[in-house]
Design a protein around this ligand. Structure first.
Ligand code: SF4
Length: 158
């Protein structure tokens, strides 16, 4: 079973956008697990340290791609992939100075630079993020987990 938040993002399918992508995020980045996703991936998850404590993650590590990536560059668990994999290149972070939640587009994704992430998609994802309870302690740690942070802010909310 997917987490509540992940399953509300079932509509996300970047298949056509990600096809033939030379960067392939699943070879480069990790995906932080929501607390409720940790049990499902307990056998392969690893710790990512943050100043507020560690979070669990799957995905690329030590130069090796995610274990769920097949030889053709597709995710073997796409319908069951975690929240973080579904949402990226959108990122939700916590603003420690205002207490707001802030949504960014990650410029590490070539599709963002090329303007392929539609306004309709962003609005639909925003609707999910605004209307689903997210563990704030987890969000603070997630925000502090090491990341390139080449981000473009698109919206913030309380
Ligand atoms: S679970 Fe799938 S989408 Fe997520 S990093 Fe691994 S291969 Fe990529």
């Amino acid at each position: 079973m997917s987490s509540d938040l992940a399953s509300k993002l079932n509509f996300v399918d970047f298949g056509t956008i990600c096809n033939n992508c030379s960067m392939n995020c699943c070879k480069k980045f990790y995906a932080v697990l929501l607390p409720e996703e940790e049990e499902k991936f307990r056998n392969i998850a690893f710790d990512v340290e943050t100043p507020l404590g560690s979070v669990k993650a799957i995905g690329a590590r030590n130069g090796k791609p995610c274990v769920f990536l097949n030889e053709k560059g597709f995710c073997r668990i796409y319908p069951e992939r975690p929240f973080d994999c579904r949402l990226w290149p959108l990122i939700l972070y916590y603003d420690f100075s205002t207490g707001e939640k802030v949504v960014y587009l990650d410029l590490e994704c070539p599709a963002v630079e090329r303007g392929l992430i539609s306004k309709e998609f962003v609005e639909r994802a925003m609707d999910v993020l605004k209307n689903t309870k997210i563990d704030e302690n987890w969000l603070k740690k997630y925000t502090l987990a090491p990341w390139p942070n080449k981000l473009r802010e698109i919206q913030r909310f309380k």
